[in-house]
Ligand binder design. Sequence first.
Ligand code: ADP
Length: 511
Amino acid sequence: MFKKILIANRGEIAVRILRACRELGIESVAVFSEVDRKSLHVRLADQAYPIGPAPSRESYLRIDKLIDAAHRTGCDALHPGYGFLAENPALPRACSEAGITFIGPPAEAMEALGSKTAGRRLARRVEVPTVPGTNDPTGKSQALALAQSMGYPVLLKAVAGGGGKGMRLVDSDAEFASAFRDAASEAMNAFGDERLYLEKYLERPRHIEIQILADAHGRVVSLGERECSIQRRHQKVIEEAPSPVVTPELRKKMSEAAVRLARAGGYVNAGTMEFLVDQSLNFYFLEVNTRLQVEHPVTEQVTGLDLVKLQIAIAAGHRLPFAWEAITPRGHAMEVRLYAEDPENNFFPSPGKILSRHTPAGPGIRMDEGVYEGWTVPNDYDPLLGKLIAWGNSREETIARLRRALGEYAITGIRTNAGLFRRILEEPEFLRGEIHTRWLDELLRKLPAASSGTDAEDEVNSNKAREAAAIAAAVWQSRQNMPQPSAASSGREEPSRWTTEGRREQLDRTP
Ligand code: ADP
């Protein structure tokens, strides 16, 4: 087993990984940029090493500095977390040259599966259904011809894509040229790679993904699915396991597809095969995430497994001690992603000092956070504060616990999106599990105050967005003072919800 692991990340995931190290009796080394000197992961790690200024390209994205830090601190392994360099094959390569074990898949598997078009080609080869579209990067006129023959709407996507960047929905020939130009330039800015490919745009699909684990001895297991259909602009905000619509038969079919794909790509360690599922429960491969995912805790809660410890064990050459047939989800788990952002102001990031904070606890509640009271949320990174996870015997009990926990959660000094989750957890459709990937955007459009704006709005100048946000905020304020017929939504007497929400909002705002 390893003696010391360098954690090449920050925030809640760095904390998550160092906790696993501590339980395994392995020392952990945190790395930090200048602005992260006082961050929680630095405080909790056994050792911490500075790697440069705040911009991530000068610190968390510098392979040379990470390898140097690992050498200087005597680490024999490196965990990349998610984001930053986690899916960059140059990192496992640099690790292997430096004699450090990379806790993740081999570089070749990242290349075979991590690129979206390569993943699609491999999926076709092993007869895993993919969303109709191109398997290779495509030029504008070729893409236009295909869009016309497939029929609109279509989606232009960046080959190197991630986080919804470089993605454009196109409804007609007239929009095609400008959408292509915008997607390519956004992809260039985000990934340094402007290549695009094209997919048929599925109407109201569900996003359901399969978590797999593969050891270096040829065993590949599926840990079942996570439903991640609650998204804001194609970005997950709530995840749950199991999915309300997945039957044991469908789970088996999707798991077999995921395992086939992993084997074909020579995959080792933890990975996720993402699928879109249509209303008739046909599933289509979307992409592979060759790393640990933000939403891994929901799988941990329903399987009782510790994915980070298993990742470490696999990297150390251990065999997986179970077959996937042995794994059936127990109970239900749901996660919400808590961000320092302002739902009343178009979800703009809301960095700043955390003046006070109350974290929920009690039965069935887990909080994976990277913050503490008195700490300043920096402006330089993704504003994810942490994840609140609930589990229970049934979906209903889990939702009740999550709702209760969100009621206990309070943080002052910064704005958060917690109120949005309190709102979603009251929606009858959500409670019935009747959700799809556009469900939240449609809900937000109906709620002027918390509007995420339309995709087109995203591109208008910030003045217009600010104006809209100000009007929306005023509407929100006046709504809070109005009695709402909300009892119908959950079937309970609940005259005080808007009052409570109002009080909470005030509390959140008090400096
Ligand atoms: P990224 O890697 O940028 O996050 P993904 O390919 O994983 O992009 O897709 C993210 C989300 O975008 C999906 O969960 C889904 O909501 C939406 N999406 C992607 N492709 C399609 C498609 N062909 N049809 C409909 N929605 C899609």
